[in-house]
Design a protein around this ligand. Structure first.
Ligand SMILES: NC(=O)c1ccc[n+]([C@@H]2O[C@H](COP(=O)([O-])OP(=O)(O)OC[C@H]3O[C@@H](n4cnc5c(N)ncnc54)[C@H](OP(=O)(O)O)[C@@H]3O)[C@@H](O)[C@H]2O)c1
Length: 360
């Protein structure tokens, strides 16, 4: 874009320029054609077709190459791509909306009242950047979601339902819209042929995942998504599916919306099921305030590279949010910030920008 003005310039990039033909021609070719004199790349590209080849090609053409500047930051920024290349699995983002007492639905399975217009807006913008959006069969049946980004974003994601017996009804919104926006139903080998056929005839792709357990079939699905080079996958619940992913150590990032409501009762579902065999530590030094009245906070756990917490505050719950253990750690900073007007007063949910966790 800079045209002739790029000649002799220094180019800063987060990843080594590629030297192979993929979806696009090689970056190295464009760099050489532009006459760039020096390339500063934060890290080498581990993708086997590049892996140092891009830097070598530039150096061979007398372009100065420096690798490693801000390498840790680049690894964090490129984390979804790196997971795909290094593990053959997509980056999994778990997302849920819950009440202050950690419930994602009432005992009868009603959950739509937890989110708000602001939180839905954030979710739609998240969806618009995903390669796939996944739900469990129970969520598909109970909520009948469309799982599209509205308004549309830069990507149209594949909508996926994990449904061992191919029971997704033909009248569901997902099936009815499968010809407009792709739907993949991941079934087990026990799914009846007639149901597989019914879904295929409605325009859904039916993928048979091998394995005798949910865990094995989930692994099979993730491997297939990696093979298709889907990088960012949003899992919108429910708790059983997110529990399987947590048990498999496959949740990489979470977005949690907390509503100022209480449900109570042991029978109401919580966001993550599974075996409850692991815990994530929450170091208080990493809790940060984002704003005051809106009280959107974000937090980074050491086991999870990224975690975003959106706290929806209405006047009736401000006191609760100030006193909650999650935010108490930084109350003093909040007070100082409020005095200096650092945190804009704003109602509702505030989207939180990506961040770099502080050094422990
Ligand atoms: N507040 C929120 O953010 C939110 C979000 C989503 C859902 N919800 C609510 O959560 C409730 C549904 O959650 P849920 O936990 O009952 O069900 P779920 O996780 O949506 O679906 C579970 C079902 O998915 C199928 N499945 C296939 N592979 C699986 C795997 N690897 N791991 C787990 N399940 C797998 C299983 O049925 P088969 O064996 O038949 O395949 C299983 O019974 C609904 O009430 C919904 O409204 C709330």
């Amino acid at each position: 874009m800079a045209g002739g003005r790029a000649a002799g310039a220094t180019m800063y990039v987060t990843l080594e320029p590629c030297c192979h033909v993929g979806k696009m021609p090689p970056c190295t070719r464009a760099i050489l054609a532009a006459g760039i004199g020096r390339v500063v790349a934060a890290m080498s590209d581990p993708f086997p077709k590049v892996a140092g080849g891009g830097a070598a090609e530039l150096q061979a053409a007398s372009v100065e190459v420096e690798l490693g500047l801000l390498a840790d930051e680049a690894r964090r920024r490129n984390a979804p791509y790196l997971k795909l290349v290094e593990c053959g699995r997509p980056w999994i983002i778990g997302k849920w909306a819950m009440t202050l007492d950690g419930k994602i639905a009432t005992r009868s399975g009603n959950s739509k009242w937890i989110s708000s217009p602001q939180s839905r807006q954030i979710v739609h913008s998240l969806r618009g950047r995903m390669d796939a959006i996944v739900v469990g069969r129970e969520t598909a049946l109970r909520d009948d979601p469309l799982l599209t980004a509205r308004p549309v974003g830069p990507r149209t994601s594949l909508r996926i339902v994990l449904d061992t017996r191919a029971a997704l009804p033909s009248h569901s919104l997902l099936v009815r819209t499968a010809r407009e926006t792709p739907v993949l139903v991941a079934v087990g080998s026990e799914a009846a042929n007639a149901d597989r056929q019914r879904l295929r005839e409605s325009g859904c792709e039916v993928l048979v995942c091998q394995g005798a357990t949910h865990a094995a079939r989930l692994d099979c699905l993730l491997e297939e998504l990696g093979r298709r080079r889907l990088t960012n996958v949003l899992v919108e619940g429910g708790g059983r599916l997110l529990g399987s992913l947590l048990d498999a150590g496959q949740i990489d990032e979470v977005h949690v919306f907390i509503a100022p409501k209480l449900v109570g009762g042991g029978a109401a579902a919580s966001p993550i099921g599974g075996k409850a065999s692991q815990s994530c530590r929450l170091p208080s030094g990493w809790i940060r305030w984002r704003s005051s009245r809106s009280a959107a906070t974000f937090t980074c756990m050491d086991e999870l590279p990224r975690m975003f917490v959106y706290l929806r505050v209405e006047s009736s719950c401000e006191r609760l949010s100030e006193n909650s253990p999650l935010v108490r750690a930084d109350a003093a900073r909040w007070e100082r910030g409020r005095g200096r007007g650092l945190f804009p007063a704003q109602a509702g949910v505030v989207p939180v920008s990506s961040h770099r966790p502080p050094s422990p």
